[in-house]
Design a protein around this ligand. Structure first.
Ligand SMILES: Cc1ncc(COP(=O)(O)O)c(C=O)c1O
Length: 400
């Protein structure tokens, strides 16, 4: 009776099962996987509820692409970051996940393929699967220059059913931008093979280590390109439920795509009026919304790097975003399980994000408990090593 595409294996993985058990026993958890900024003990600028309430008083005007004033506000936000975009190129959605679903609807038919980076955000398989589309991974590799996109492997992964390449810049969890030379190579492939580019830029405002090596995909492009961002990450307001798609590319292809997106958006009309009305104010106050979060991310990254350097444990180069990757040199899953069971520290094993090799843990830099969790993690990895004072000579190969 139920569909094949929703026949997921719903058995909890061992880490989720252990966590549920721990929570049921009311044992404390130092959560280094926290992804919800509203649960991170950060102050939210006081006028968010008032702005939303004021917006809720407005009359309902069902505009499929979103209220003009809201789309103009997105353009002003992008202009302040160097991308000139016309409001007619902007489509509002309720979330970035919804933006993916709209794009897969207009770009693919069931059985088609989209290329996705690996390691990356684990939701792609679900987002694509729900549209009857297959994900085909292409690798990012870590080397002397940090993370780089393997363009040859991307080209080799393309097939007759390939329709789009997903680029995540900065990527979750590697924190790496798509560099301009990588972008040029991918655009060339897209031109040759008639592919669209979907660039997820939700973490673009959270630069940890500059200079930024690639320009934003929201700006002009000569292949059909969709740039995604939204309040969930840009303003740390996941409960605001508003994201946007910027459509770039040759005018004819862009117009055709926008026309189709308008029909999809009109079918759902999913973005609440209140948040659209509030958007101009919220985006103009972006710096204020981001400030406490930026401070947390920077302080946690510094703490992690210092402690890891002292313990001789490598942390991979992180250009941007909310996450850091620690190289543990040991099997992901047993380590994550014993950290939770014996030390009460919750981390994500690298395999959750499809790292090519074992030996990585992903930590959220959002967590207020990161110093405690990192201390326990490093004691487990280097039980005899010094932790807090910067011991010389342990410069930590690969520390970014
Ligand atoms: C790379 C990336 N894209 C999109 C999203 C989801 O964003 P939204 O909450 O707007 O659906 C996330 C959430 O963690 C993410 O990491």
């Amino acid at each position: 009776m139920l569909s094949a595409r929703s026949a997921w294996d719903l058995t909890a993985n061992p880490l989720a099962a252990l966590l549920a058990e721990r929570r049921q026993r009311q044992q404390p958890v130092v959560d280094l996987t926290l992804a919800n900024p509203t649960a991170a003990g950060l102050p939210v600028p006081g006028d968010f509820p008032a702005r939303l309430a004021a917006g809720a008083a407005a009359a309902y005007r069902p505009e499929p692409l979103g209220l003009r004033s809201a789309r103009e506000a997105v353009c002003a936000y992008l202009a302040a970051r160097g991308s000139l975009v016309h409001p007619d190129q902007v489509v509002l959605t309720a979330s970035t996940s919804e933006a993916y679903s709209f794009l897969f609807k207009i770009l693919t038919d069931p059985g088609d393929e989209v290329l996705v980076p690996r390691p990356s955000y684990p939701l792609f398989d679900f987002l694509a699967g729900l549209e009857g589309v297959r994900t085909v991974p292409y690798p990012l590799r870590y080397g002397a220059e940090g993370w780089r996109l393997d363009v040859d492997r991307l080209a080799a992964a393309l097939g007759p059913r390939s329709r789009a390449v997903v680029l995540v810049s900065p990527n979750n969890p590697t924190g790496s931008f798509v560099h301009d030379d990588e972008r040029a190579a991918v655009e060339e492939l897209a031109r040759e093979c008639g592919l669209a580019l979907i660039a997820d830029e939700v973490f673009a405002d959270y630069v940890q280590q500059g200079p930024v090596p690639g320009r934003s995909f929201a700006g002009p492009a000569d292949v059909l390109t969709f740039s995604l961002n939204g309040l969930s990450k840009a303003l740390a307001l996941p409960h605001a439920k508003l994201s946007w798609i910027v459509v770039q590319g040759p005018p004819a292809a862009r117009q055709e795509a926008l026309g189709r997106l308008e029909v999809v958006a009109d079918t759902f009309l999913s973005v609440a009026t209140a948040i659209q009305e509030a958007l101009p104010h919220l985006l103009s106050a972006a710096a204020e919304y981001q400030a406490p979060l930026r401070q947390r991310l920077a302080a946690n990254l510094t703490c992690l790097r210092q402690a890891a350097t002292a313990a001789g444990v490598p942390v991979l180069r992180c250009e941007a975003g909310w996450y850091a990757v620690v190289v543990t040199g040991t099997d992901d899953e047993p380590l994550a399980l014993s950290l939770l069971r014996d030390d009460g520290v919750l981390t994500h094993p690298g395999y959750f994000y499809d790292f090519a090799d074992d030996g990585h843990l992903v930590l959220s830099l959002l967590s207020p408990d990161l110093p405690t969790g990192v201390d326990r993690l490093l004691r487990r990895l280097r039980p005899a090593g010094p932790l807090l004072s910067g011991a010389p000579g342990t410069g930590g190969a690969g520390i970014g």
